[in-house]
Design a protein around this ligand. Sequence first.
Ligand code: SF4
Length: 441
Amino acid sequence: MTRIALWDTRRNDAQKDFAGGMGVGLHPGLGGIGGQIVRMMYRRDYRPVALNFAYLAAVSRKLGFRVTYLEDRLSDADIFFFNPSLQTLEIEKQAMVQAMTRYPHCKVFVTGTVAWAMPGQFTEIGARVIRGEAEQLLFRWEETINSAEPVIDIGTVSDLDSLPFPDWSCFDWSRFRIKYDFWRFPTALIQQSRGCTFQCNYCPYIVIENKTRFRSPESVLEEIRYGQKRYGFESFKFRDPLFGLNRKKAVELAEGIARLPRRIQFSIETRIDIMKFETLEALRDAGLTAITVGIETPSEETLRRYSRQPIRDDRQREFVARCREMGIRTVAGFMVGFPEDTEASIMGVMDYARQLNPTWANFNIVTPYPGTRFHEEVREQIADHDYSKYSVYQPVMKYRYLTARQVSELHARCFNKFYFRSRYFVDNARLIWPQLRRFAG
Ligand code: SF4
């Protein structure tokens, strides 16, 4: 029987499923005691492995192969699959070389967004790149595995309902937990749709494609039921970059989830301007506990410069406030460290975050991801090509008015000034500690 190995690492704090598969890191704990507390909060999680691996496991099993998951170790296999993040690029390349040296009969394939954007990184060491969605292997196994090409283009899955459900059985799934979204565990990753139709030029989610594909609500519900029964999953994090773009499917799914005999918690990611309050209410009634949204910056000029469609300020304020009233946590992403940022513009982002006062604020340092239009535009302004630093927590660019050190310090200050103030706790305590609701009545 063909032996498949899925090689993975969590080193450099890599969270591979995020930033469109490029991966992000964790808050490094800079900025004194405040920074260390924020890092500690994030480290309480044990994030699920990337969904890409769970689909690879499912596809490989469906084809009749034996699957092993290897975290930071090697053992003999016929085929190794890698799904690298940018931050772990060098670590993974070393592991690929070791696998090929130690097991000369094996084949090494690299999948995912980093492989798509930077195939040369892997072909130069003798690994083969699968460009497209790895699940296509279900339909194109023989031609892909036997191809002599260094880069094999296999496209994307046209019918998402034709895929088997992600197979979590070879991972440490009972430990999976994402505490900023949920308080019941273990947590699974799931998708109702793939892709995004917007054009934000820094965004790695649209590197592979700029359109959206959907699953039927019935198929998603079936996967949730299976996840509850087979693994005991209590919470599901939807990994769609734009959940709810198809409102009808979102509402149908919400109604189906609400009818499940065992209630679940779930979270979504979306844009504020596509989510109607009626849809939000239906999702909340079904068990929605958290919603991730990108606010980025209050500067409309900056948003337009990087092809991000701005959302009205009053709509953003109303959205965060209504979510709070409905008992839904908001996880808001902000961006600092654009090439033309100043101390005033970064503090402006922080001030705006404090006014909105979401349950969690992530201040991300602008990162030029290979494969994005932003990367092409700012190529000359990239100061650091050490990808282990591409974590959204370290500055890697040349800034017109600031040094990298200043950006780093201002970034740490954003976290400290956002979290350590009384209004943050007054507004958000009931959401952060839902147990308090019982006492408050
Ligand atoms: S809305 Fe913009 S940032 Fe969000 S996934 Fe789409 S392209 Fe990316």
